[in-house]
Structures are given as structure tokens and as C-alpha cells.
Design a protein around this ligand. Structure first.
Ligand code: CA
Ligand code: CA
Length: 301
């Protein structure tokens, strides 16, 4: 009988350990939308600019060029709950090749360069609202034409290398300054989804405004020259909250229901956040029922 009691205890502990991952494996992404015009600006740095194409009718701009991220500009502050990799996007408008880059520094680190699309002449990417991910200039030998553009390969300098930020849980600050002037930044999007997984320009494949070619990037990287809001659609935030987030929540609750042993195949059920006594009792009973005959069989031998 001692052995059976031990088995039941083991089963209970096993069930408890099975019930826990459902709450730990949080699949709903980290996603924050922050209006640029709400950010604190340094004296002599960025200023709020009205623009009818901007969300809320306002964004930030600079009229003077800076020489590094340490010069006056503005600061984006945000908090993440868990250690991980994060991508920052900015909704930007820029008139030409001479007004399409910023300096920035993450948590007081080195001054880096954020380049927006940069085509020659009056390219389609100019004078148009689009989101672009935070980049840095990566030096190296680049050969893969699916990943890198002609200019990058020839100059050994990838100016659109996505800057995936490896952040610890807590508050973080990105200080920006205008390397060039007269762009407008409207909104920032911060997410733990990779560039390849989420693009605030697109809404379920509806956006056909794709830059035909990027001199820095190959065919694997899709750049949009106009987002859906600029095309008369909802903002990225509205779309995320009404159409993207509910899918993640549904997937998470379905996974949680399956992990819970319900096997109801998609019934809306909250993930067990703590040890669920009913789950433990049922699992323990099921496991001991399966194990006891085997034990008896073994005893008979
Ligand atoms: Ca430039
Ligand atoms: Ca705005």
C-alpha cells in the first residue's frame, strides 16, 4: 500500500508540473504603440509637427542636423516584462535621400545610424507614410543576393541590418537625434515579434505597396512604401487590436485547454494560472488507475 500511495503522490506531482507550463508559455506578443509626439524632446532637439497624414495629426521632426545620438533630440522610454529580443518600428515620412536618417543610442550605448529606404532620385519611397524597423550599419562581406542588395554587396556595408534589441526585463531608453533633418516620425511600435513575423505596414496581405527594389536589401526583405492607414485603412494599432491580437488569444487559450487535459479542441477556456486542484486530482486518479494494475501484475510474477 505504501508503494501505491507513493505512486499517487508521484502522479499528483506530475500532474502539477504538467498544469504549470500553460501559464508560463505566454504566446500573446509584446506589442506597444507609442505616439512620437508624446515623447519628451530636448531643448534645441526635436519639435512637434502637425501633419494630416500622421496618426493623431502630429509627429516629431528636427530642422537642424546632429552629429551623434548625444546631441539634442528626443527619447523613447518603454518597459518590458521579460528578458528577450525586441524590434522597434517607426512610422516615418521623408522627402528625399538627404532627409532619411537618424542617430540613436540604446540605453546609453554607442551612437548608431538608422537609415530609412534610400533610393536615387524621386523614388516611390519618398513623400509617403511607411513603417520602417530600427536598423544599424553592418560592415562585412555580403554575397547572398536574396538577403543583400547590389549596393550592400559592392560596398560591404548593409545599411538595413535589423537591430534586434536583446533587452532585460525593466525600463529601457532609446535616445534619438537627427542625423539628417526634415523627416517626420509619427509613431513607434515595439514588439517581441521578429521583422519577418510582423510588419505594421501590412494587414493580412492586403498591402500591395511594396518597394520594387532596395539597393541595400535582397528579395528576402520586403519594404512597403505606404502603410494601410495612408491608403485609407485602419491604423496598425486598430488592426492589431481588432484582428491580430484576438487570434493570438484564441491560440493561447486553445493550447491551454489542451494542456489542461480537456481535449475540447478549441473551447474558450482560461489558462490555469496556478495549480488547479481538480486537474491534479483527476490526473492523479487516471495515472494511479493505469499504474495499479501494472503493479499488481508485477506482484503476481
Ligand atoms: Ca540619407
Ligand atoms: Ca502621431
Amino acid at each position: 500500500m505504501k508503494r501505491i500511495a507513493l505512486l499517487i503522490l508521484t502522479a499528483a506531482l506530475l500532474a502539477a508540473s504538467l498544469a504549470l507550463p500553460a501559464s508560463a508559455a505566454n504566446k500573446v506578443p509584446y506589442m506597444q504603440f507609442i505616439q512620437a509626439e508624446s515623447l519628451p524632446c530636448d531643448k534645441g532637439g526635436a519639435v512637434v509637427k502637425d501633419d494630416k497624414g500622421a496618426i493623431g495629426g502630429k509627429g516629431l521632426t528636427v530642422t537642424e542636423k546632429a552629429s551623434s545620438a548625444a546631441d539634442p533630440g528626443f527619447t523613447l522610454t518603454f518597459t518590458v516584462d521579460v528578458d528577450g529580443d525586441y524590434t522597434v518600428w517607426g512610422r516615418a515620412f521623408f522627402p528625399n535621400q538627404s532627409s532619411n536618417s537618424l542617430f540613436y543610442s540604446v540605453d546609453g550605448g554607442e551612437s548608431l545610424i538608422w537609415d530609412f529606404p534610400d533610393e536615387d532620385g524621386e523614388a516611390i519611397c519618398y513623400n509617403s507614410w511607411q513603417y520602417f524597423y530600427l536598423t544599424f550599419r553592418e560592415k562585412g562581406t555580403f554575397t547572398d543576393t536574396a538577403k543583400y542588395g547590389k549596393w550592400t554587396i559592392e560596398n560591404s556595408d548593409w545599411r538595413h541590418s535589423p537591430n534586434v534589441l536583446h533587452l532585460t526585463a525593466g525600463e529601457h531608453k532609446i535616445k534619438f537625434a537627427g542625423r539628417e533633418a526634415n523627416w517626420i516620425l509619427d509613431e513607434f511600435v515595439i514588439t517581441n515579434l521578429k521583422v519577418e513575423e510582423y510588419d505594421p505596414n501590412d494587414q493580412d496581405g492586403a498591402n500591395k505597396c511594396i518597394l520594387p527594389e532596395c539597393k541595400f536589401c535582397g528579395t528576402n526583405w520586403k519594404h512597403y512604401y505606404k502603410d494601410m492607414y495612408a491608403q485609407g485603412g485602419p491604423t496598425a494599432e486598430e488592426y492589431y487590436k481588432t484582428s491580430v491580437l484576438p487570434k493570438y488569444v484564441k491560440a493561447e487559450t486553445t493550447a491551454a485547454a489542451k494542456a489542461d487535459g480537456g481535449g475540447t479542441g478549441g473551447a474558450a477556456k482560461a489558462a490555469p494560472q496556478t495549480l488547479d486542484p481538480l486537474t491534479v486530482t483527476l490526473a492523479a486518479a487516471a495515472l494511479s488507475a493505469a499504474l495499479i494494475p501494472a503493479l499488481k501484475l508485477k506482484k503476481r510474477r
